[in-house]
Design a protein around this ligand. Structure first.
Ligand SMILES: *Cc1c(COP(=O)(O)O)cnc(C)c1O
Length: 451
């Protein structure tokens, strides 16, 4: 018997078939050729049979996949508000508009319009950050990991940076504080133990080569039980007394007090600054609800040293980020407006009765196989670890489909829907489904259940 793989058509032969040749009119020839090659290759690896739907249809489907953008919007039905895998913070309307306004045009990114001379991108969000936080100075870079790298390089290069063993964290995505420190040129000196670090531990490590005391917010886990840590206020005071710098990595960048909505325990930006450390570092796209960015705030000398550090150039922000960050920050001038218009804050503080109403609408839209159950949403993004936000979940019960099959079908939709799986159920959390997406989700779920 001859191997069916030897009877596979040649690339040129398929390209000459009328329905495939017609594709070249609507798509770049290179894309059609790649689709043909990959379709043949796909048939070869699956035993050599022609695609069940026919060569023309298989090539067409592949052309569509190749022509579609690989980065696409998805619907987050997980209830994790700051989902790092799903792009963290969706932006507020004014931030989106600001990015679009800058994108298609020249801008004064590094141009001083008053003097007609070269300006600095570092001036762009600085004033607003100073106004909102009361910090003497501010610097924005690409992300918080980059900001930490710059600050350690500027404030502790060729010297020792002292940090508690209880704060040597990994944030995810292979971001580990010790690795960052090594790259910054600062020597890491670990003090204390995992659960307890005392002031005297820092004091003992303050040898002549010490340059900085670092405090890192344990953003994605909690230590409970027999624990001690030195508060930032005390570290700042110790650093000042001994003539070394102090730095506080806050992680999340909380500018509003969310305690009235049951969210407490996360150090706010103003609180971090009030501790008296030379500088604080935080993300732009976690609780702040803006674009990916790393923000450094603090004393003029410290921030200026960061600004002048060569690494600040390597991790500088682009114009889209600066436009979106400025527009996001401007919303904070009116805290209530910030809470309502910044999607992350709106979702975190949404009234549970309102979530329930949207859950009911979704459940009714799906009809049979769906019911509404009480549950919990998560803040995510390493913020408020352990915090549980009461929510209402639409629970899908499928006798004929496994939860994995159903969620694969939902992910395959346009736009893809990312649900949560718990045991035998697929769950949809209306907290992170935007109101205008409800109808789409209901329709897609119905179709996935019926298919
Ligand atoms: C998330 C986080 C970072 C990293 O922030 P990115 O903006 O993602 O680089 C650094 N430190 C802490 C404590 C964090 O929680």
């Amino acid at each position: 018997m001859t191997d069916p793989r030897r009877r596979l058509p040649a690339v040129e032969a398929l390209l000459a078939e009328p329905d495939i040749a017609a594709l070249v009119a609507a798509h770049p020839r290179s894309v059609v050729v790649r689709a043909v090659r990959e379709t043949i290759e796909g048939a070869r690896t699956t035993g050599g049979a022609a695609p069940a739907e026919g060569w023309g249809a298989a090539v067409l489907a592949r052309v569509h996949r190749l022509a579609a953008p690989s980065l696409e919007p998805v619907i987050n039905a997980t209830g994790v508000v700051l989902h790092t895998n799903l792009g963290r913070a969706p932006l507020a309307g004014p931030a989106i508009a600001a990015m679009a306004r800058i994108a298609g045009s020249y801008s004064n990114l590094e141009y001083d319009l008053t003097r007609g001379t070269r300006g600095s991108r570092h001036g762009l969000c600085r004033d607003l950050l100073v106004e909102l936080t009361g910090a003497p100075d501010a610097l924005v870079v690409n992300n918080a990991a980059g900001a930490l790298l710059v600050a350690l390089s500027a404030l502790a290069r060729d010297g020792a940076a002292i940090v508690s063993r209880g704060e040597l964290i990994e944030i995810g995505g292979a971001f580990r504080i010790p690795d960052i420190m090594a790259r910054s040129g600062a020597k890491l000196v670990e003090v204390g133990t995992t659960n307890r670090t005392h002031r005297k531990d820092y004091e003992a490590a303050l040898t002549p080569d010490a340059r900085l005391l670092l405090k890192v917010h344990r953003s994605n886990f909690q230590v409970t039980g027999f624990t001690t840590e030195v508060p930032a206020t005390e570290l700042a005071e110790l650093a000042r007394a001994r003539g070394v710098a102090s730095l506080y990595d806050l992680g999340s960048g909380l500018l509003l007090d969310l305690a009235p909505w049951g969210l407490s325990g996360e150090p706010g930006v103003r609180e971090g600054l009030a501790s008296g450390v030379d500088a604080v570092v935080f993300s732009g796209d976690k609780l702040l609800g803006g674009p990916q960015a790393g923000i450094l705030l603090g004393a003029r000398a410290a921030i200026d040293a960061c600004r002048k550090d060569p690494l600040a150039r390597a991790v500088r922000s682009d114009k889209f980020t600066l436009a979106a960050l400025e527009a996001t920050l401007a919303l904070y001038r009116d805290p209530e407006r910030a809470r309502m218009e910044i999607p992350v804050l709106r979702m975190l503080t949404e009234d549970v009765a309102q979530i329930r109403r949207r859950g009911e609408a979704l459940q009714q839209g799906v009809g049979k196989d769906a019911d509404l159950v009480a549950g919990e949403s998560e803040v995510g993004g390493g913020s408020f670890p352990g915090a549980k936000l009461p929510t209402w979940l639409v629970r899908l019960t499928t006798r004929h489909l496994t939860p994995d099959t159903l969620s694969a079908r939902l992910r395959d939709g346009e736009p893809p829907i990312i649900p949560r799986i718990a045991g035998d159920h697929v769950l949809l959390d209306p907290r992170t489904i935007f109101p205008e997406q409800l109808e789409t989700v209901a329709g897609a779920v119905r179709a996935a259940l019926d298919a």
